[in-house]
Design a protein around this ligand. Sequence first.
Ligand code: ZN
Length: 326
Amino acid sequence: MTVEIDGLAPWLSVPFEQLLRAWQAAELGHAPLIYGPEGLGKTALAHCLAKTMLCQQSGKAATVFCGQCHSCQLMDSGTHPDFFEVKPLEEGRQIGVDQVRQFNEQLALTPAVSQSRIGLIAPAEALNDNAGNALLKTLEEPPNNVYLVLVTNHLQRLLPTILSRCQKFSIALPESSQAVAWLQKEAPEASQGELSTALLMSAGAPSLALQTWQSGDVEAAKEVLNKLHAIAKGEGVSPDLAEQWAQNPSKVWAWLAFWVSQIARSAIQDDEIDPVVSAISQGQASDWSGLWHDALEGRSLCQTGVRQDLLLSRWLIKWESVVSPS
Ligand SMILES: [Zn+2]
């Protein structure tokens, strides 16, 4: 039996069943921790789990949330009084101790609508040390019928004291055929080539790939590749290219590292990558690893005061010397 849930990607069906079975068998600890690579929809999975646990119809006997009851409607509108979510106030920031203290207080109240109260922390690696320590109290002595659901992309960044108190559920990357089929449904206007590139750029994580495509990064990365190809054909490095790329250095370095790794791969194995990638790699037994390392290093220097236009310019000269026919 495979559960199909609206809004839940197909590769999450099996993990969702695993969580459901644990819940139905009363084997779900009070702190399930869902972990795996970024961009798989783990937070959506956590929402489905919470909705099921709070549903007034399903209880522990039914398979999945009913979608009809008062609790389900409150979850759909994002106003369930027994569901609390903690996340960074701004993307990329940490979760602070005050947020966790307030969260602890909310969870300690008696459930208003459902049988339980559920707190979701995503991404849990954003908890700073003080916030993590403040959470420990609830993790160690959870109030009755309180569950903490944690979601993380980086298990090793959680405090060991938190990790040891959680029940871990891992989410793996789907097969690339399944991922591409899902992407085609989500972005029917994209070509298969663009979607395959987006998936490769996202290390196989489909939700991240969708975001990458929607944000226009696939197109921008392809433009970078086309410039590299032009240089490889002997057209020279245009004088303002490094300066132009230095407007967005972190992404450009990531794309350079990505394309160099694709070119190196294409040189040794014959799978369908990008025709431009194949064109560049053809007949070149070059040492790509130096260019790849330099791109990663350039990226790591983005937050420092080092002038990115100079670094990019140096990288382009090296690129020209490696690929140029003359
Ligand atoms: Zn329901």
